[in-house]
Design a protein around this ligand. Sequence first.
Ligand code: HEM
Length: 293
Amino acid sequence: MGSVQLPQDTLDGKGTLLNDPGPRDPDEETPYSSYLRSEVLHTLQAPVSDSPAEPAFLVNAQVMELYFGLIVHELRTAQGELRSGLLGRATATLRRTAAHFRSLNGTWSSISWLTPVELTPILRGIGEVHGRDSALQSWMFRWMVFLLGIKSPDGLVPLESTPTRRSRLREALGEPSIYDDVLGLFARSGHPVPADCLQRDFAAPYVPHPEVGEVWRAVYQAPAEHAELFALGEAMADIAEEFTTWKYRHLMSVRRTFGNRNGYYGEPGVAWLSPTLDEIPFPEMWTARAEVE
Ligand code: HEM
């Protein structure tokens, strides 16, 4: 049985691999490598610079991308459970999602030491080998953000050159977020949720409503009486907090390594990113806390 060539686009003028994984031979798969696709996995790190920091930057960015995909999967699972009225299972899925976010955020520690002189050659190498890059092109991150209920068509712009992904993401923009599904569950359980909050253009930003705030206030005023919704709310609070933590740690990494230079949109990256820290998912679940006596 002959060896399998590494995918050309991994190596063809696009750097050399982090470690030489050797030739891939289907006869030499173990159950471990067959399940984890570990032999393929080790062909996916091709640095583009001499910066000693690049292996850590590249691997952690890939791990983050995998977590974005895992979180998208979990949020969609929770949506299915909410639509089937399986509140306990949806809460368990959302608690699991919060755990993934905590682990995702831990990856920042592995690159928090990065300095400008270590990052600059990496960014230059990416530009030279792959073209003009921005993580705004991560459609998995944007899908995750849409599922969390933060909706804007601006997220589609950096994908103009990839029409299939852009059109998939446009669909995701128009689908209900996890918060829309929670409001649907409220309504089906007899809580007063205005029709405008339920039947709406899901691609448009959600507009908070006092009646939804009142449902959350009642839950947080008497957690024992509303134990199931309270548990759901706290899982959502964990997710929102960890999502914001990701953004904060990213922003601090940008400050440390990139400073105030211009980013993708031609304006200072820090100035563009800072206001997004105020985009906290599940609005009334937070504002209702001020009304609890
Ligand atoms: C530590 C060095 C990093 C720098 C200097 C940096 C820089 C930036 C800048 C300036 C932006 C704003 C958009 C733009 O102008 O491109 C941005 C957005 C973004 N970056 Fe990074 N980044 C870094 C690391 C990472 C890593 C490791 C990831 C993980 C995949 C990542 C994912 C993202 C995402 C998802 C966005 C969009 C954020 C949003 O829309 O809220 N970045 N980055």
